[in-house]
Write a protein that binds this ligand. Structure first.
Ligand code: MRU
Length: 346
C-alpha cells in the first residue's frame, strides 16, 4: 500500500489520499494550507485516528511556514490558533496529541524563528515515521495471538488508510498474512453510515491479496454463530487508562456479541491513541450530520426530515476486551494498573 499522507520536501506541501473518492478513484490532495488540512480532517478526506494525528502535525508545520512570523511569540500565537482550527473532530485523541506535541516543540526549541520552523517540519515528519514504526511493531507483537488459518473480523477501517502506512488492524493482518504464507482470512463489517469497511478495508486488503469477505453490520451475530470467525481485531480512536476502548460505532455491539460466542476480542492501537487522563464519562463522542444516515448515493432513503441519532463512535468497557495490543506491549485483560505500566518508563 502507498502512504496515506506525506510531506513533500521539494515544495513544503502535504500530499494526502482523498479517501472520500475510494475505492472508485485514487486521487490526491496537495496543499500548503493548514486550513485545508483542517477541512480535510473535518470532511473525512483523511480519517482514522493515527492518520489525522499525522495530518494535524503536518498542518502545524504548514501553519508555521504560513505565519511569516518574525518573532517567536508571533509564531506561537499563530500556532495556538492553528491548533484550534485543526482540532475539527473531538473523539480521536491523536489530533490533540499531535497539535500539543508540535506546540511543545515550538515552545522549547532554541534558535531563530527559521530554526524553529525547520524543527517543526522535522517533528511533523517524525510523527509520521514514528507511526509507521509503531504499526510494524504492533503487527509483529500480535503474532502471539493470531494463529495460522485464523479468520479475523474487523470493523470500519483501521488499515493502512487509517494510519500513515500499514495500519493498526492492518498491520496485524498484514504481519499474519506474511508470516503464515497467506493463510489468513478477514471478515470486514460494512460499517454504516460512512461504510469505511466496505469502501476502504475491503479495497486495501484485496489490493494486498488478502482473502476478505464483506458483511453488513447486522450479520455479525450470524457469522459468529456459524463459527466463521476466530477472533475480532478492532482499532481505537482513544483508549483510556481504565482500559475502555472508544472506536467506530458498532464496536461495542460486536464486543458483546463476541463475548456471548466466546470469541476473543482484541483492540490494537499505538501509544499516541492512549489517553491516560480523561475519565470515561468525559469523552466526547462525535455526532455527525443526520444526512449521513438519511441519504445514500445522493438520494433520501427515509423521510427527509426523519429524526436521526448519529454518534460516530462508541465505548467498549474493559471486561469485554481480552487484550489491548500496543507498540509498547500487549495488555491482557486490561486494568488501570496494567495500562499505567505501559508508561512507567516515560
Ligand atoms: O470516523 P473514522 O473513519 O475516522 O473512524 C476511525 C475508526 O474508528 C477506525 O476504524 C479505527 O478503528 C480507529 S483508527 C485506526
Amino acid at each position: 500500500m502507498f502512504r496515506t499522507i506525506e510531506w513533500l520536501d521539494d515544495t513544503s506541501e502535504v500530499r494526502l489520499v482523498d479517501q472520500t473518492k475510494l475505492p472508485l478513484a485514487l486521487e490526491h490532495i496537495i496543499t500548503n494550507s493548514h486550513e485545508r488540512i483542517a477541512e480535510s480532517i473535518e470532511i473525512m478526506e483523511i480519517r482514522g485516528a493515527p492518520a489525522i494525528g499525522a495530518a494535524a502535525g503536518m498542518g502545524m508545520a504548514l501553519a508555521a511556514i504560513e505565519s511569516k512570523a518574525r518573532t517567536t511569540s508571533d509564531l506561537l500565537e499563530y500556532l495556538e490558533k492553528a491548533a484550534v482550527t485543526l482540532n475539527t473532530r473531538p473523539t480521536a485523541v491523536n489530533l490533540t496529541w499531535a497539535t500539543n506535541r508540535m506546540l511543545d516543540v515550538a515552545k522549547t526549541a532554541e534558535g531563530s524563528v527559521d530554526d524553529i520552523i525547520q524543527k517543526l517540519i522535522e517533528e511533523a515528519k517524525e510523527i509520521a515515521e514514528e507511526d509507521v514504526r509503531m504499526s510494524k511493531n504492533m503487527g509483529e507483537q500480535a503474532l502471539t495471538l493470531i494463529k495460522p488459518s485464523y479468520t479475523i473480523q474487523t470493523i470500519c477501517n483501521a488499515g493502512s488508510l487509517a494510519t500513515v502506512h500499514l495500519g493498526t488492524v492492518g498491520a496485524v493482518v498484514r504481519a499474519a498474512h506474511e508470516r503464515y504464507g497467506g493463510n489468513i482470512k478477514v471478515y470486514a463489517v460494512e460499517t454504516r453510515p460512512r461504510q469505511q469497511g466496505a469502501r476502504l478495508t475491503v479495497f486495501e486488503f484485496m489490493e494486498d491479496g488478502i482473502d476478505t469477505t464483506l458483511i453488513t453490520d447486522g450479520m455479525i451475530g450470524t457469522v459468529f454463530r456459524e463459527g466463521r470467525v476466530d477472533c475480532c481485531v478492532v482499532g481505537a480512536d482513544r483508549i483510556l487508562r481504565t482500559g475502555h476502548v472508544i472506536n467506530k460505532i458498532g464496536t461495542y455491539t460486536m464486543a458483546i456479541t463476541a463475548k456471548y460466542h466466546n470469541i476473543p476480542f482484541y483492540s490494537v492501537a499505538p501509544a499516541s491513541t492512549i489517553d491516560m487522563v480523561t475519565n470515561p464519562e468525559d469523552v466526547i463522542i462525535e455526532e455527525r450530520d443526520p444526512d449521513e444516515i438519511r441519504i445514500i448515493n445522493g438520494e433520501y432513503v427515509t423521510v427527509p426530515d426523519a429524526k436521526v441519532y448519529n454518534p460516530a463512535f462508541d465505548m467498549t468497557p474493559p471486561e469485554l476486551i481480552d487484550a489491548i495490543i500496543t507498540d509498547r506491549g500487549i495488555v491482557h485483560n486490561p486494568t488501570e494498573e496494567k495500562m499505567k505500566r505501559l508508561f512507567e518508563n516515560d
